[in-house]
Design a protein. Structure first.
Length: 302
């Protein structure tokens, strides 16, 4: 069993580069993999490994001034969701593409998962999914608006050109773990919007804590690791990603005649080149051989 911790914290970290090596050492010595991003505005990441090992890395993070009290969102997986460890130094832990945004002092009101249903049931509230279109496609809250973006950096342009946004209308935003909607609400607040709310802990906290019978979530939640998606209780879903076109594939897609596991799907079969077909066929063969040996293949797609 692999224990997974997803986390982020906006905090001023002027010496963020100095924390990279201690985190690398803590992770490698405890057999922990995943991704950790460090920037002057804070930390963001998801890691996995044995429970004690992941807890050791979280404790190392909590020793960083400003990151004390970090509370990860925990889940589990039978298979290792990560193949390697990456601890990266970045300009931003999540990029909105508009320059500096004060995500510490200007964020919207955080609404706990237990109160989220009441907020978004108000017909006057504009409910906005701040994630990308491929994430929205496999699951979202009932009535949520899809910005139709492929990158979070496209969000400000979409916002500026949508006349449903008015400075006094209540706006509720959500994302996977909370980081994108926290920065988005800070951006809106700095633009003069008055009633801006965000789902505290993101979709992951909602799926972890809200009972299925009370849920207003429809579908699965896309995650950026080999699980591809999770559902209520943060149980891993049954989706995969096409290695050729990155489309999320479900059971219906897998029934299409054009679908070839590890190679292509019906969305891209007409445009995939013979060279890519040969390359993906060989990679899939190597993945299956590695699976027979009980090994993880580093070329395996999510």
């Amino acid at each position: 069993m692999f224990h997974i911790a997803a986390f982020y914290r906006f905090a001023p970290l002027p010496e963020f580069a100095s924390y990279r090596q201690p985190l690398v050492d803590a992770a490698t010595s405890n057999d922990v993999k995943g991704t950790i991003l460090l920037a002057s505005e804070g930390v963001n990441g998801t890691i996995a490994g044995p429970r004690e090992g992941v807890e050791a890395v979280v404790e190392a993070l909590q020793r960083i001034p400003g990151i004390e009290g970090l509370e990860p969102k925990w889940s589990t997986s039978e298979a290792d969701p990560f193949l390697r460890l990456k601890v990266r130094l970045k300009r931003e832990i999540v990029s909105l593409g508009v320059g500096e945004v004060d995500s510490i002092g200007h964020t919207g009101t955080k609404v706990p998962a237990s109160d989220w249903n009441e907020l978004i049931s108000d017909p006057n509230v504009l409910l906005v999914d701040t994630r990308n279109s491929y994430e929205y496609a496999i699951g979202t809250f009932e009535g949520a608006i899809d910005p139709g973006t492929r990158s979070f950096r496209q969000f400000p342009d979409w916002l500026a050109n949508d006349d449903r946004f008015t400075k006094d209308r209540p706006i509720a935003m959500f994302c996977t773990g909370g980081i994108r909607c926290e920065k988005a609400t800070a951006y809106l607040t700095e633009q003069g919007f008055e009633n801006v709310y965000q789902l505290d802990g993101g979709i992951l906290k909602y799926l972890e804590t809200v009972n299925v019978e009370d849920s207003m979530w429809d579908g699965q939640c896309y995650v950026f690791d080999r699980r591809v998606s999770v559902g209520h209780g943060l149980e891993p879903g049954d989706l995969e990603v096409c290695p050729n076109c990155n489309t999320v594939i479900d059971d219906i897609d897998r029934e299409a005649d054009e679908y070839v596991r590890g190679v292509m799907c019906h969305h891209c079969h007409a445009t995939i080149t013979p060279d890519r077909i040969a390359r993906f066929n060989e990679r899939q063969r190597q993945i299956e051989l590695a699976g027979e040996r009980g090994d993880a293949h580093l070329g395996r797609s999510a």
